[in-house]
Design a protein. Structure first.
Length: 287
């Protein structure tokens, strides 16, 4: 891969040579002082431009950054994502190059920068030809810190976790593996991840982020709890799937009781008891 200095110089040289580009700023993992530095971090870059149409109309200018392996245009209509988007204000390319470097590059007009530049605490100005970028605090991840749960959020998380396990169990009983796994991973496990975040937040005074989809769980969880978390994932074997489910139940209870005690909430044991009884009966086919 190219070095960070090489990529920074390249990004700035492209911007300086193009009169349509008036400012450049970066956000994302490369601007986060708390992230462990590695070569796989993306370059999340925004060019503030006079207009977007010419950049979209002739995309050969992107070759300045190297030979791409693959490009995604999330604002386009190709996958239906860009329906209703105003391309005259902003447009983005996600680019992975042959040397493994990735750039997520957006172009946006000055009026868009006026609001987006200050919206993300992980922002670093790189170039400002006209003095249009306001002064901002040093880049930090405070905008991504875990937030304490309101009482309603806590009770809703617990109820959703325990209730939706009945759908997982029924999917297994009916040999509907895709349905059962999707219900488990997208609904039930998502609530486990919320509770995990609150546990981490409490132990770090709510001044850290667990990262997108828990990518920093290993950093902040005690080894025994992280090991349990890993064992909440399964494969296509129903026996191991049941093991993962019951591990998730044990882990959720451990975390939820801790969070409840911290905030003075009441852990509703009857929800757990009722669902565990149902799970056991479905698992041993006694219903």
């Amino acid at each position: 891969m190219r070095t960070e200095r090489e990529m920074t110089d390249l990004i700035l040289s492209v911007a300086k040579a193009d009169e349509r580009i008036r400012a450049v700023y970066m956000n994302g993992s490369r601007t986060n002082p708390n992230v462990i530095k590695d070569d796989y971090r993306d370059y999340d870059v925004v060019f503030t431009v006079t207009e977007t149409e010419s950049f979209i109309g002739d995309k050969d200018w992107l070759l300045n950054f190297g030979e791409p392996l693959i490009i995604q245009e999330p604002d386009s209509n190709d996958l239906g994502w860009g329906i209703g988007r105003d391309f005259t204000r902003r447009y983005t390319w996600l680019m992975l190059f042959k040397d493994g470097t990735r750039i997520d590059l957006g172009v946006e007009i000055i009026e868009e920068t006026a609001t987006s530049f200050t919206a993300d605490t992980l922002t670093v100005p790189m170039l400002d030809k006209d003095g249009i970028l306001p002064v901002i605090p040093p880049s930090n991840d405070s905008g991504y810190w875990i937030k304490p749960p309101a009482k309603e959020q806590y009770y809703g998380c617990c109820n959703e976790f325990w209730w939706c396990l009945n759908n997982v169990a029924k999917g297994i009983a009916r040999d509907q593996f895709p349905y059962a796994m999707r219900m488990y991973t997208e609904i039930v496990h998502a609530e486990l991840e919320k509770m995990t975040e609150w546990y981490i937040g409490i132990n770090n005074n709510f001044t850290v982020t667990s990262g997108k989809w828990g990518k920093y769980f290993k950093k902040y969880l005690p080894p025994d709890l992280y090991k349990m978390h890993i064992h909440t994932y399964s494969d296509g074997d129903y026996t191991r799937f049941w093991d993962a489910i019951f591990t998730a139940c044990d882990l959720f209870r451990t975390l939820a009781v801790f969070v409840a005690a911290h905030f003075g909430y009441t852990y509703r044991q009857h929800e757990e008891d009722g669902m565990r009884e149902y799970l056991r009966k479905v698992n041993d086919k006694s219903l």
